[in-house]
Design a protein around this ligand. Sequence first.
Ligand code: ATP
Length: 267
Amino acid sequence: NFVSAVVAPGEIGVKFNDVGALEEVKKALNELVILPMRRPELYSHGNLLRPCKGILLFGPPGTGKTLLAKALATEAGANFISITGSTLTSKWFGDAEKLTKALFSFASKLAPVIIFVDEVDSLLGARGGSFEHEATRRRRNEFMAAWDGLRSKDSQRILILGATNRPFDLDDAVIRRLPRRQVCFRKYLDAENRMKILRIILNRENLESDFQFDKLANATEGYSGSDLKNLCIAAAYRPVEELLEEEKVIQFNFFFLHDLHSLLYRA
Ligand code: ATP
């Protein structure tokens, strides 16, 4: 009960094609994770070429880190275990050693597997000096020791994928373990990338034939992927209300979205 989800690759239901924009991030993850998990033999010779044990995704909220983590597991053909740093800090209080061992032994049975640690700064945050609680220190040390202790066979098939909005709060020792493995999500998307994301979000909706994606993309400057999704959800509710009143066919209308833009716009 200490993990939020365990999903097999075929059941995740999200692929790279469902993630709009973020092309550079997808390219980096292809080289760092998908190839090593799908073709481990390419990494089995020499000392320098090693698949990585951990990657850090960092960027502002709602930029698609969780969505991408799931899609990555599908693309890599890996099981997906999801845990949340802040939940763990309360659940693991006092039981860090036992639960860390359970997590890693569970993972090695499920390998190839991606362990997604959302809010990783809560679990592996910087040392708090003499004010730090003993349990916090132990939890971090146990996790790092188990991570370091992955046998080389397992290290090709178990990946820790941390996500954070606060990369500067992470412990230095964690950052050192991820030298070239940090992938940044930029806050601002340009109109072209917003349009790509809108096309994915509205992919299965019954849109008007002349729906103007470009107009909506231009009108949503400063929106993250998650803001765009929320905007579309809010717009989708209005025809449902009308349907109930007038029993009309649900149809998206650009002007609903455009009205909502002024309500939801975040400076
Ligand atoms: P947080 O830091 O708050 O956990 P996050 O970066 O993990 O946020 P997600 O939870 O992945 O963000 O994004 C929320 C939702 O926004 C996604 O489920 C998806 O519907 C939509 N979304 C965000 N980015 C994209 C994207 N690049 N392409 C398609 N949909 C996106």
